[in-house]
Design a protein around this ligand. Structure first.
Ligand code: DGL
Length: 260
C-alpha cells in the first residue's frame, strides 16, 4: 500500500521518531507536520491540545495517510483516545517509557523528564500506576526545554543550566534510569551525556514506536510491499522549515512551509 504514513508533533521533536521509522521502513512514504507555531503544547490546556491534534489529523487525512503516528507525548496522552474513537485509521502514540525503565532499574528509582501536559494526564497517571509499582518515580517538568530546542538552541548554555537544575534533585535521590518523556528530548542526548554520571541509563521510546508502527501496518495489510516505488519524504512546518531540514539532515527530503 503506497499511501503515506502521517506523523505530527508540536514541532521539530517528532523528527526523532521519523528517523526511527525511516530506519526500520525505508520503503514507506511519509508526511511530517511540525506545528511549531503552536509549540509548546505541554503548557496548554487539555482541550486546546485536543483541538490542535484534531487539526493536524485532518490535514494528514486530507493527504490520504493510511496510519498516523502521534509523535508527541503531550498530544498522545491528551488526545489519542479521542482520535482513535473518531477516525477510522490506526493511530500509534508515544508515551514515557515507564515500563522498560521499571524493568531495568536496579536502585528502584527512576526519573521522568516530560512536559506539564504529559505529567498531568490521566494516561501517564494510569501507566505509572500499572507498571511502576514498587518503583519510585521522580517526575520533572522540562519547562522551557521545548522552546529552546525549537529556537535551535539545543547546545546553548541556557539549556545546559536548565537541564542541570532539573536533573540535580533526582540524581541526589539516586535514580539510575532517566526516561525522556518528550520527543524533542532525544536532541538533548549529547548534553545529557555530559551532565549525567556514568551508569545512568537514558531511556526513550522511539525504537519501540517504530516497531509498533511496523507491526500495526503489517497486521492491517498496509505495509508498502512494492520495491519499485520511490518513497516520498515530505515535511511541513508552519514556522521553521529550515530547522526541520537541519535536524533531519538528509538531501532526499522535501521540506516546505505550510500555513496550518
Ligand atoms: N514533542 C512534544 C512531546 O513529546 C513536545 C510537547 C510540547 O510542545 O510541549 O511532548
Amino acid at each position: 500500500m503506497q499511501r503515506p504514513i502521517g506523523i505530527f508533533d508540536s514541532g521539530v521533536g517528532g523528527t526523532s521518531i521519523w528517523k526511527e521509522l525511516y530506519q526500520l521502513m525505508p520503503n514507506e512514504s511519509t508526511i511530517y507536520l511540525a506545528d511549531s507555531k503552536n509549540a509548546p503544547y505541554g503548557e496548554k490546556a487539555k482541550e486546546e491540545i485536543l483541538q490542535l491534534s484534531i487539526k493536524n489529523t485532518e490535514l494528514l487525512l486530507e493527504r490520504d495517510c493510511k496510519l498516523i503516528v502521534v509523535a508527541c507525548n503531550t498530544a498522545t496522552t491528551n488526545a489519542i483516545d479521542y482520535l482513535r474513537k473518531n477516525y477510522n485509521i490506526p493511530f500509534i502514540g508515544i508515551e514515557p517509557a515507564i515500563k522498560p525503565a521499571a524493568l531495568q532499574t536496579e536502585t528502584k528509582k527512576v526519573g521522568v523528564l516530560a512536559t506539564k501536559g504529559t505529567l498531568s494526564s490521566n494516561l501517564f497517571y494510569n501507566t505509572s500506576k500499572l507498571f511502576a509499582s514498587g518503583i519510585k518515580v521522580y517526575e520533572q517538568e522540562g519547562k522551557g526545554l521545548v522552546e529552546l530546542i525549537e529556537a535551535g538552541l539545543s547546545d546553548s548554555k541556557e539549556l545546559k543550566n536548565l537541564l542541570n537544575q532539573f536533573l540535580h534533585p533526582m540524581l541526589e535521590e539516586g535514580i539510575d534510569c532517566l526516561v525522556l518523556g518528550c520527543t524533542h528530548y532525544p536532541y538533548l542526548i549529547p548534553v545529557l551525556e555530559e551532565i549525567l554520571p556514568k551508569g545512568i541509563r537514558i531511556i526513550d521510546s522511539g525504537q519501540a514506536v517504530a516497531k509498533q508502527t511496523q507491526s500495526v501496518l503489517e497486521s492491517n495489510g498496509l505495509l508498502n510491499s512494492s520495491s519499485e516505488s520511490s518513497p516520498k519524504k515530505l515535511f511541513y512546518s508552519n514556522a521553521n522549515p529550515l530547522l526541520l531540514k537541519k535536524l533531519v539532515n538528509r538531501d532526499d527530503i522535501e521540506v516546505n512551509y505550510l500555513d496550518f
